[in-house]
Design a protein around this ligand. Structure first.
Ligand code: ZN
Length: 382
């Protein structure tokens, strides 16, 4: 009974499902029979209209359980005319597979499914492999991996460590493993003044003046110099907006929007306080009213280098002939939820074309990734 899964074919099959967030669009109907035939127990943990799938082989609560995490949803195609192929056609040209989700991250899901089926054939006693697959990573993320984790807790499921198969390598396969991520904080300042005629500015209170100073203060702020494992935190202005198109009107209000990517020297709450303080100072100086709406979309996290990153780094180096860097850079992923449950690292393919038109992946890299995952799974539970 030696069942094997071709990770390239599986990637292509998944890409042909138009699973734009939060749809799974037939991907689970492909994955579940493969996993069940290989002896995995599959559970749907849908929540809030989001499809989620959990699968495990080996006993529940085993002494060692390695989990893989990923998503089958994809971002929208964008302007289809810009594509050189059908975005859901999974066309393979010169050894390169094209399609939305080819790198982010149906190839990652296909690679760990193939690896789990392979390594699951000879699991030692009291060990298990599990898979956490969501349909909502590219969306709000509230009912995706979080829903699976809630379900797991209720059902008494556990994991010793987890690998999230997001594309982690900037340009070369094998060059980067993510062991943490910066946090993300969204800020919307509303600067309120008094609307008026531009010819009589003394009768108005111009919020654009205050917004300009606020924006300048934010843009020139240095939050820190970086920490042992993280680069300096960054703040990016994302908008200054009055909605005012008239040339003779001083608007009544202006919005200043920004996003902060922060390291482990801050928390979302400490930064929110600091930003509110800056808003208050500018409000006072200009006699304006400034309110702040802040939303933390993830705290920073960090898995200290240890057993998990050692195994992953050694096998990645061996299979790709590239020594991977352990990094905490880049955007957020569902690893930010999983880290509350067990050590987690991210390793996957080259992310160069993710979310772009003509998203594509070198099919050889999918095969390499499946080999890497198979070896990691075998070694972790051995
Ligand atoms: Zn992704």
């Amino acid at each position: 009974m030696s069942q094997t899964v071709d990770p390239v074919r599986l990637t292509a099959d998944l890409v042909r499902c138009p699973s734009v967030t939060p749809e799974e669009a037939g991907t689970f109907a492909i994955l579940v029979p493969i996993l069940e035939a290989a002896g995995f127990e599959c559970h749907r943990c849908d929540r809030g209209g989001v499809p989620n799938l959990y699968a495990r082989k080996g006993p529940k609560g085993a002494a060692r359980t390695l989990a893989f995490g990923g998503h089958v949803d994809v971002v929208p195609v964008g302007d289809e005319a810009e594509w050189s192929c059908d975005p859901f056609g999974a066309e393979i040209r010169d050894g390169v597979l094209y399609g939305r989700g080819a790198t982010d991250m149906k190839s990652g899901v296909a690679a760990f499914v193939a690896a789990a089926v392979e390594a699951g054939q000879d699991l030692p006693p009291d060990t298990a492999l599990s898979l956490l697959i969501t349909g909502d990573e590219e969306g709000p993320g509230r009912d995706g991996t979080l829903a699976i984790l809630d379900w797991m807790e209720q059902a008494g499921e556990s994991m010793t460590a987890c690998i999230v198969a997001e594309p982690s390598c900037p340009e070369i396969m094998g060059e980067m493993i993510k062991i943490g991520r910066r946090g993300s904080l969204n800020l919307v300042f509303t600067v309120k003044g008094v609307q008026g005629h531009v010819a009589y500015p003394h009768r108005a209170k111009n919020p654009v003046d205050g917004a300009a100073e606020l924006a300048h203060r934010l843009a020139t702020l240095r939050l820190d110099e970086g920490s042992e494992h993280f680069d300096p935190s960054t703040l990016a202005l994302t908008g200054i907006d009055t909605g005012n198109l008239a040339t003779n009107v001083i608007p009544g209000a202006t919005a200043v929007r920004a996003n902060i990517r922060f390291n482990d020297l801050h928390s979302g709450a400490s930064l929110t306080e600091r930003m509110r303080g800056i808003g208050d100072e500018v409000a006072q100086a200009h006699g304006l009213q400034i309110t702040l709406k802040a939303r933390i979309s993830g705290e920073s996290f960090f898995t200290p280098p240890g057993e998990l990153s050692d195994i992953v780094a050694r096998i990645v180096a061996d299979e790709t002939k590239v020594i991977p860097v352990l990094s905490t850079g880049g955007g957020t992923s569902d690893a930010r939820f999983i880290r509350a449950h067990c050590p987690v690292v991210e390793f996957g393919l080259v992310g160069l074309t993710m979310h772009q038109t003509d998203e594509r992946v070198d099919v050889q890299q999918i095969e390499t990734l499946a080999r890497v995952f198979t070896r990691i799974a075998r070694e972790f539970v051995s």
